[in-house]
Design a protein around this ligand. Structure first.
Ligand code: SAH
Ligand code: F3S
Length: 483
């Protein structure tokens, strides 16, 4: 099946902006009368990864086939996000639509997973009694059991069935129960740690995904080995704070993130390494040293900073100052002068003044970010920041966000235009649907299209960039094969 890569294009074709349907199809099921499962994925890359695993476990246990046609599905799963209020509200409005499908087809099984499920638990069924299964990010591997339990009530009238709920945090057990990753394509995500223990004052993740816990080193390396054997060339190490990785080694000692990067860089076949996401507090000198020593590590870093104001950073409990952040970036640029930076920002945090906002704007200009994920602050129940007055008015928040995003967008355009005339390595991923040629990705995440034959698929090639297509896409001419 397709090991999915976060693809902004796929977002555009989806009904809601931040959601995507997992369209990877399982290989032909060997089960007669195999059921079809439709999975809607909302939110972050971690959820995209988890949705694939849901499809894998249901495929493995029950031969279920993934479908992207909701009307033919026997099982509907919503993998939810609760990072901002809007995302959370979407869950119940979407469930309302699914209820109508269930009214037409009472045997339809509805499951709710992800962070809203984790946070709401039994409340999901209190509000939406037609939901059959509720499970959290750490219990998705138990989906086959939950499905069995929901089916064991099939002699009971659908409206009298009791939904099954499991939103516990059974440590890292999840990974021991997941089937071998199925691969189609040349890029793959590998989860190296789960959860977050940073407890930023605004964020629900530590409550919905649990505390940070790292997968043992050998498990991570074995998974990457296996992906490399199946033709994967680029690995994206995934976790809420990958640089907080503390994986146990077979001798009982602990492997830090920088050391993991070195191990991964020695795996034959893997020629590009990315990671998502990391925290400034643990962006330590040994990681900068890894950038100096590991050319496979891409020239692109996503390091969330959230705000350019020390006052706001303290209120957010980020536990570092702006100077510390700038200092690390400067050190990184000493070893990688051309590295492009992206970051996450929250605009309109409680008590954010014009001065605080101007500090954020100034930081964006000074550090010359290439890209950002920037959002208006959203008050989340149960977080310490929710006790603060949400006192920046919405119009001001919107105006600040628009000003901020324009600065970043100008930078994105400028950096894409600056690529013209350069020759860069590109991982060739698929046939292009825009031109009669190929499509690949540059280290800086830009899509690159160019004319070339199918034999180049899965190879790294040099492409001379000739044309600006859009802020995230360029066109070029094939130069030669790197390998
Ligand atoms: N681990 C990452 C963050 C993961 S959450 C880190 O080191 O910061 C992804 C992003 O969602 C955050 O970086 C933040 O910008 C945004 N976010 C989280 N909670 C939010 C809230 N309450 N309101 C608005 N944005 C929020
Ligand atoms: Fe959230 Fe902060 Fe962790 S933003 S995911 S609590 S690093």
């Amino acid at each position: 099946m397709t090991v999915a890569v976060f693809d902004p294009k796929s977002l555009q074709s989806n009904p809601t902006k931040n959601s995507q349907n997992t369209t990877n199809s399982l290989a032909q099921s060997t089960y007669p009368n195999a059921k079809k499962v439709f999975i809607e994925t909302q939110g972050c890359q971690m959820n995209v990864y988890d949705s694939e695993k849901m499809a894998d476990v249901l495929g493995d246990s029950h031969g279920m086939i993934l479908t992207d046609n909701i009307d033919e599905a026997d099982v509907l799963i919503m993998n939810t996000c609760s990072i901002r209020e809007k995302a959370q509200e979407k869950v119940f409005s979407q469930l309302g639509r699914w209820r109508k499908l269930k009214e037409k087809n009472p045997d339809l099984v509805i499951g709710v997973g992800g962070c809203v499920a984790s946070q709401e638990g039994d409340n999901i069924q209190a509000r939406a009694p037609y939901v059959d299964m509720v499970f959290g990010p750490q219990t998705l591997h138990r989906l086959p059991e939950l499905y069995e339990k929901s089916q064991s009530q099939s002699d009971i009238k659908p409206k009298n069935r009791i939904g099954v709920v499991d939103v516990s945090f059974p440590s890292i057990e999840k990974f021991d129960f997941l089937p071998e990753p199925k691969v189609e394509g040349f890029k793959a995500f590998v989860s190296i740690m789960e959860g977050c223990s940073k407890y930023c004052s605004f964020c629900v993740v530590p409550y919905t995904r649990g505390e940070e816990i790292s997968r043992p080193l050998d498990d991570v390396l074995a998974e990457i080995d296996s992906l490399a054997e199946k033709g994967v060339r680029e690995i994206n190490l995934l976790g809420q704070n990958v640089n907080g990785y503390r994986g146990e080694k077979s001798d009982g000692t602990i492997c830090r993130f920088s050391e993991l990067l070195h191990y991964v860089s020695h795996i034959d076949g893997i020629d590009r390494i990315r990671f998502t996401t990391s925290h400034p507090l643990e962006f330590t000198d040994d990681i900068i040293d890894a950038y100096a020593k590991i050319p496979k590590l891409v020239n692109h870093l996503h390091l969330p900073v959230q705000s350019g104001s020390n006052r706001i950073l303290a209120a957010m409990k980020r536990n570092h100052t702006i100077d510390i952040y700038i200092n690390q970036i400067n050190k990184l640029r000493e070893v990688r002068p051309d590295i492009l930076l992206s970051s996450d920002f929250i605009i309109g945090f409680p008590n954010e003044t014009d001065e605080d906002f101007n500090d954020t704007l100034q930081l964006a200009k000074d550090l010359d970010f290439d890209h950002s994920y920037s959002f208006i602050y959203s008050k989340r129940p149960g977080t310490p920041a929710s006790e603060l007055p949400d006192n920046v008015d919405l119009a001001t928040k919107k105006e600040r966000l628009a000003t901020f995003q324009q600065v970043i967008l100008d930078s994105t355009f400028a950096k894409t235009r600056a690529m013209i005339g350069t020759t860069i390595p590109v991982l060739v991923e698929e046939k292009s649907n825009r031109i009669n040629g190929l499509h690949g990705t540059a280290e800086n995440t830009r899509s690159v299209i160019f004319e070339g034959s199918d034999e180049l698929l899965g190879k790294f090639v040099n492409v001379k960039i000739t044309e600006f297509v859009g802020p995230h896409m360029v066109k070029g001419e094939f130069v030669d094969i790197i390998g």
